[in-house]
Write a protein that binds this ligand. Structure first.
Ligand code: OXD
Ligand code: MN
Length: 600
């Protein structure tokens, strides 16, 4: 066979995997439009995809009810020792896990084609980018990878005959018998056979049994966060769960902000924000992941390793995120949303009532106000090209990256945490990141409603090694000679009054906070020193309609009693988890914060 590469190690690995998984055919992906359309036809012919008359070049997929989201309890960091995976990751001994998974992989691609997807995370040729090769038996994965990454022959060319790549093995785990087809059913394995496995020392990813999102599109959370975070630790850079945005003032000066929020806290909305303040412009560089490296000038440069958005559909509307809505006008893959009679999509929170009878994400007839459940699954998604996003920054693919001026942390915190406060130093910023948390809003996973789930740097499900060491890595980076560190801020758009009233409107009005942060980066806006850090001086943030002076005072108040409880929770329940690996510098910050609060 004429192969598109002479990379011996890669060819051997593909052959080995094919021998184990026994697909009917092996196809090397070239990344072309023709290939995308061929995959679409395979998905349409098997009945798994549905064409959408109302959206050019777009398809709807419906998954099985047991395959609708990332499966954190089936996700493993199989480092050599349990301690290296740390207290926040699931661990299985790598030898044992490989034995279990090899038995599952045996013959698992029977009746299917093995697709070899060469992909680049980041612009090809950037020295921050990395190459991965995903082997999969899912045309849905091939199509999504075409949108989410840079795929094809050009990647093999960049790899050459001995370049480094991260092997990513994936199977939906449902072989087909002779003459059998998927027959309209999304293929996947039972929950207890799903494994999303990472072997960090080997830079290796094995995924089995799920066809959905981050479980199957292995460039995203598996490579760009879990494996990349380990590489970043070893090589002195940062792989973070952060959006990247560009903000330009009326005077035409641009600054770049990276922001980490736990999943489902509105990262995509912030990345695509339409400012309400006249003359300001916000543009999108990335909505989920940032890879950041110090340049020779000492600045921290970030790239978005992805090429598309895998966004949560429900709640996305022309009000909440018009740029996302326009990104999905065409060339989009929708998963687990409602289907209208005239061949369009619909979801809860799309901003208009369901037009007539729908088919819900489970494939059943559904009528608004009459049928049970929701038309779209709460984790229903769109996969859209970044290049179709109206707010995409013209330099979003600059191989050098963009220089980061500020890093933001945040979460859903109805109380205690003010609208914005600023760290006094990089170490203080690391402390802020280490205590990020989000309030539990629904009784789920045995967690207490109203309690805070700590999600340090929003990396809890995505850090590929011991988080105590990850905190050390952050501190160490700040001590590199000659670096110009970004300012660090903690923001909270989600403050409520005791009666449940939202204090801050959020969405486009968040531009007022971004404007303040921009001014801080220019050394302009005035601040007040408080026990928790720097707070904007009165009048530095302009008031949106509906927010009174009294509301703003409340939004920026330091709630001493609330913070004391916060400190007590961190001291008792959060930091001790990391034992000896917890940096003493962060314990010292906690002590300092406590004594300052006691003196307040
Ligand atoms: C995502 C997530 O899908 O963080 O981006 O869960
Ligand atoms: Mn994410």
């Amino acid at each position: 066979m004429n192969l598109p590469t002479n990379h011996k190690k890669l060819i051997e690995w593909v052959n080995e995997c094919a021998a184990l998984m026994t697909p009917d055919a092996v196809e090397w992906c070239d990344g072309s439009e023709a290939e995308y359309q061929r995959m679409a036809k395979v998905a349409l012919d098997s009945g798994v995809a549905i064409p959408l008359k109302k959206r050019p070049n777009s398809l709807l997929f419906r998954s099985q009810p047991n395959d609708v989201a990332r499966v954190e309890n089936r996700t493993y960091i199989a480092s050599k020792t349990k301690d290296d995976a740390g207290p926040t990751n699931n661990w299985i001994d790598p030898v044992e896990l490989k034995t279990t998974m090899k038995a599952l992989y045996k013959g698992c691609m029977k009746g299917r084609t093995l697709y070899v997807i060469p992909f680049s995370m980041g612009p090809i040729g950037s020295d921050i980018s990395k190459i991965g090769i995903e082997l999969t038996d899912s045309p849905y994965v091939v199509m999504n990878m075409h949108i989410m990454t840079r795929v094809g022959t050009k990647v093999l060319e960049a790899l050459g005959s001995d370049g480094e790549y991260i092997p990513c093995l994936h199977s939906v785990g449902q072989p087909l018998e002779e003459g059998e087809s998927d027959n309209g059913l999304w293929p996947c394995a039972e929950l207890d056979k799903k494994y999303i496995a990472h072997f960090p020392e080997e830079r290796l990813i094995w995924s089995f049994g799920s066809g959905y999102g981050g479980n199957a599109l292995l460039g995203k959370k598996c490579l760009a966060l879990r494996i990349a975070s380990v590489q970043a630790r070893d090589e002195g850079w940062m792989a973070e769960h952060m959006l990247i945005l560009k903000i330009t003032s009326p005077e035409g000066v641009s600054k770049y902000v990276a922001a980490a929020f736990p999943s489902a806290c509105g990262k995509t909305n912030l990345a695509m924000l339409v400012p309400t303040i006249p003359g300001w412009k916000v543009e999108t560089v990335g909505d989920d992941i940032a890879w950041m490296k110090f340049g020779s000038d000492g600045k921290l440069y970030a790239i978005n390793p992805e090429a598309g958005f895998f966004g949560v559909a429900p709640g996305t509307s022309m009000d909440s995120n018009p740029n996302a809505m326009h990104s999905v006008d065409k060339d989009t893959i929708f998963t687990n949303v409602g289907l209208t009679e005239d061949g369009d999509i619909w979801w809860e929170g799309i901003g208009y009532p369901a037009p007539g009878k729908l088919i819900d994400w489970k494939g059943n007839e559904w009528e608004q106000g009459k049928s049970e459940g929701t038309a779209a699954h709460p984790n229903g998604r769109f996969t859209a090209k970044a290049s179709n996003c109206p707010s995409i920054a013209s330099n979003w693919e600059d191989p050098k990256g963009v220089p980061i001026d500020a890093i933001l942390f945040g979460g859903r915190r109805p109380s205690t945490i003010p609208l914005v406060h600023e760290a006094e130093s990089w170490e203080h910023g690391t402390f802020m990141g280490s205590i990020v948390g989000s309030e539990i809003t629904a009784a789920a996973l045995d967690l207490k409603v109203g309690s805070v789930r700590r999600d340090p740097m929003a990396m809890l499900p995505f850090c590929g090694y011991n988080m105590g060491d990850y905190f050390h890595h952050w501190i160490n980076l700040g001590q590199k000679p000659g670096v110009q560190l970004p300012k660090v801020f903690f923001v909270n758009w989600f403050r409520k009054m005791a009666d449940g009233r939202w204090l801050w409107p959020g969405f486009g009005e968040n531009s007022r906070v971004l404007e303040y942060i921009f001014h801080r980066c220019e050394g302009k806006a005035k601040t007040v020193d408080t026990p928790i850090g720097k707070i904007p001086a009165k009048g530095e943030i302009s008031l949106p309609k509906g927010v009174s002076e009294a509301d703003m005072d409340e939004l920026l108040k330091v709630d001493v009693e609330g913070w004391k409880k916060e400190v007590a929770d961190i001291r008792a329940n959060h930091y001790p988890k990391f034992g000896e690996r917890m940096p003493k510098e962060l314990w010292a910050f906690l002590d300092r914060l406590e004594s300052r609060l006691n003196q307040a």
